[in-house]
Write a protein that binds this ligand. Sequence first.
Ligand SMILES: Nc1ncnc2c1ncn2[C@@H]1O[C@H](COP(=O)(O)OP(=O)(O)OP(=O)(O)O)[C@@H](O)[C@H]1O
Length: 268
Amino acid sequence: MTALTAQDVGVTLLERQVVDGVSLSVPAGTWLTLVGPNGAGKSTLLRAVSGAVAHSGTIAFDGVEVARLRSRERARLVAVVPQDPTRPEGMTVLDYVLLGRTPYIPYLGTESAEDLAMAGELLDTLELRSLSHRLVTELSGGEFQRSVLARALSQQAPVLLLDEPTSSLDLGHAQQVLELVDELRASRGLTVVSALHDLTTAGQFADHLVLLADGRVVAQGSAQEVLTEELISAHYGARVRVLTDPQGGVVVVPLRPGRSVREIGGVA
Ligand SMILES: Nc1ncnc2c1ncn2[C@@H]1O[C@H](COP(=O)(O)OP(=O)(O)OP(=O)(O)O)[C@@H](O)[C@H]1O
């Protein structure tokens, strides 16, 4: 179990400050989701947390600063599902998933039976077994996205960063993938930080939401606190109705100008 803290984090890209003074605390075994409009800095903040981009301020895992970790140490600690990963030419799904085992394979060594068993288990869980010998360049967007998640999970890192992990998935696979992550969070104490555009889904899965705009934290708290009509209108320029479902979740419904939720068949 690993906790994550960020203190006064800033990232400057092309002389522009795209993440500015962000402080967060993610207790071990909890799920924090970043929401915010396009260009708010969600991906850049996740990249800073994974050590992929230089930052000011402090990002630490159980008090150990990410900037001090060697890449192999970092890979054992943090697994990443990037927003737009490249598809390596000539690589099968199985070999792609096995890439996640690299931090555990000795230099010049090959994967063990245990590595292969773990990859196989993930291929089954993510319904990829029948595709295991297919090239990753020959998968649909959703099949590849599930392969990327399988690769990240095979890393067995205590911290998982997910950047729009369901953007290419149909509703059923999106639910399946997020439930799987939540199950691993509960059973293995995985600490999860994700960026999600679907606000209803964000509220359903996260313990804590952080709304970013122009690189800064403009609101944080529970789904009820962050997913308000006022905040969504102010920062997304969107007209929405926020409803409470009977089980206590928050449902964000986009509205068309001049039409009420009742007119579109919802519960006013
Ligand atoms: N490599 C880069 N070089 C320069 N500017 C960048 C780079 N990557 C991102 N940016 C800029 O940084 C800002 C934040 O981008 P980022 O991708 O972090 O936003 P985001 O919240 O993830 O957006 P989206 O919802 O569109 O994915 C944007 O203005 C973007 O144009």
